[in-house]
Design a protein. Sequence first.
Length: 338
Amino acid sequence: MLKRTAQNTILVAGGAGFVGSHLCEALLRQGHRVLCLDSFLTGSMENVQALCNFREFRLIRQDVIEPIRLSETVERVYNLASPASPPQYQADPVHTMMTNVVGTGNLLALAEAHGARFLQASTSEVYGDPEIHPQPEDYRGNVSCTGSRACYDEGKRAAETLCFDYSRRGRADVRVARIFNTYGPHMRPDDGRIVSNLLVQALRGEPLTVYGTGQQTRSFCYVSDLVAGLMALMEAEETPDGAVNLGNPGEFTIAELAALVQTLVPTAAGVVHRPLPEDDPRRRRPDIGRAKRLLGWEPQIPLSEGLPETAAWFARHLGQSLPPPPVRAGRAAPAVRV
């Protein structure tokens, strides 16, 4: 974690978002001054309302596409400023691309001017629909540069290019995290990610939407584990030579996830299948050997623990109570890999 002899001032771009708000809180609890910069296009004031009670927290409402000028020096810059779920980033694909390219350029320029260390929140989407499984950092991916997801996938790939060019030229100390599927409190109910979709549908007594056959796989990392990984990467004594995967290597089919949700929230009204979206990856699982080796990091919270916490948070957020799972005497629950 952050080693210091004095308080650090840290800028978190996208700090009112799902992951960003958890990161801001963790940094504040370490005693740092946190500048949370967010356009609130997909971030939420609700996520950071409690943080406003911290004396060392300052909220800056701004789009990273615009030039960033600060009246104080920062020692660290975390860039989490981008929509991250398909419905969000496809709503305005041009803005998504500009956020990832122009916005990252603006934040890198800021880090260079301040002599600050920089962490880029990249994504497993840079691997596209992978032909290698699990995905190591040296895999170059299978990405469509013209499809409906390209604004995000290629935007993040271009952002990585900017980061490594700054690093190679000695203009900034840059670290790049490739983040795999993450879940937990502060997710938006309407963000379109699979965990939030299924939990919200179940709580509302609706059928669970499963795309395709449900045999496509994902790996789910609880948000506190991811935040610990981001902070460890930022504070690694030596800058890693390349990107670092951060995610949970536990692999689940979407059908298995839906079954877990139905067990947690028995009000779910069965499952309905819909066509698979364009360029939807068939398999997704991180190789985290590099994170273990360089950072001493690996996830601690399995889906069997994190999913109930997330379900309880959504229930409170929606003003509902989480019903207890039914007891079926004489019949064992189906085994699910956890």
